[in-house]
Design a protein around this ligand. Structure first.
Ligand code: ATP
Length: 318
């Protein structure tokens, strides 16, 4: 079942100087229980898409269906009770602490919440639930936002940069918590994050948005299968490595070297070139003499997606 469906979504921002097409006719759908990553460089249109789905933007064109119901994001609000999300700003009473905020929201939106679970998540995130919001650092305020997103038994979690401002240990704890929640409740997770290694571990499918358009949408496993292959070679001597580098540059000029030391090299190569290179290595006598060890892996999501991030300045291109 499709839990989120977005069809031909368009959003322009009009400023005094210009009109920005932030989201340019995008369509996608997310199935029940999917862990869907929505990735892209700064200014690509991720937050705009999320805010449109949540009905937090005016002047949105297109069609949005949530849990099978076509919604008018500018009018309907009830559908949001099925969605846990981290508000951009905790625009609530600054003297409230995390628990008081959760209680307040649960009464306002009629969401039942499990106090013990909230306290447990807060403990794992190392958040002091007794301190008022106004006294918290940016990262700790973000943790309160996370608690509000997880306080109910939501069908959908929409998480826009949920780990912004969190330290690395807490970032990975957060992904662990979300993973456990998703496994327990089979909720659908729609997440934007620049932490590609965590996205790679957590998501089953990703879309890449760039300049307001979706340029790739695929299962992570498929992307990795068709993506570049990473070779790590170890040589018996530097002379052997140098000979190999010469050969690589002449035969596979598109290979991209990631790192090189005295007798080791790591590079990325297309799946087709991988086959040719392996053929050459098996045929060449010097390869047997010089190559001590080698490893081939699918490249990481980070490597696969880097090309989508390598753009000058997305905000100036439209
Ligand atoms: P990031 O990764 O930096 O959070 P993003 O992918 O979420 O980026 P958006 O915030 O959706 O990007 O912005 C998309 C485009 O819309 C950008 O060009 C941005 O400058 C523009 N934009 C966003 N909000 C406004 C606004 N309120 N007024 C004018 N332009 C805006």
């Amino acid at each position: 079942m499709e839990v989120i469906q977005v069809n031909n979504l368009v959003k322009y921002y009009k400023t005094k100087k210009k009109v920005v097409k932030a989201v340019d006719d995008i369509s996608f759908s997310i199935l029940k229980g999917e862990r869907f990553g929505f990735l892209g460089p700064n200014g690509a249109g991720k937050t705009t898409t999320i805010r449109a789905i949540l009905g937090l933007l005016r002047g949105v064109k297109g069609e949005i269906t949530i849990l099978g119901e076509k919604i008018n994001p500018n009018k309907d609000t009830v559908y949001r009770n099925h969605i846990g999300y981290i508000p951009g700003e905790l625009g609530l009473e600054p003297e409230f602490n995390a628990i008081q905020i959760c209680k307040y929201l649960s009464e306002l939106y009629d969401i039942s919440f499990n106090l013990d679970e909230i306290k447990n998540i807060a403990k794992r995130l190392k958040l002091d639930v007794n301190r008022p919001i106004q006294e918290l650092s940016k990262g700790n305020k973000q943790k309160v936002g996370i608690l509000t997103a997880l306080m109910g038994d939501f069908d959908i979690l929409i998480l826009d940069e949920p780990t912004a401002g969190l330290d690395p240990l807490i970032q990975s704890e957060f992904f662990e918590i979300i993973k456990e929640r998703q496994e327990k409740t089979s909720c659908t997770v729609f997440i934007c994050s620049h932490l590609l290694s965590e996205v790679e571990k957590f998501c089953n499918r990703v879309a890449i948005i760039r300049n307001g358009k979706i340029v790739e949408i695929s299962k992570i496993s498929e992307l990795k299968e068709k993506g570049l292959k990473s070779f790590q070679l170890e040589f018996t001597s530097n002379a052997g490595l140098m000979e190999f580098v010469q050969y690589l540059e002449s035969q596979f000029p598109s290979a991209s070297v990631k790192s090189q030391s005295v007798n080791r090299i790591e590079f990325l190569i297309t799946p087709e070139n991988k086959r040719n290179l392996l053929h050459d290595i098996s045929e060449m006598q010097w390869a047997g003499e010089y190559i001590k060890d080698f490893n081939i892996n699918n490249s990481s999501l980070e490597d696969i997606f880097m090309k989508y991030y390598e753009i000058d300045n997305p905000e100036e291109e439209r």
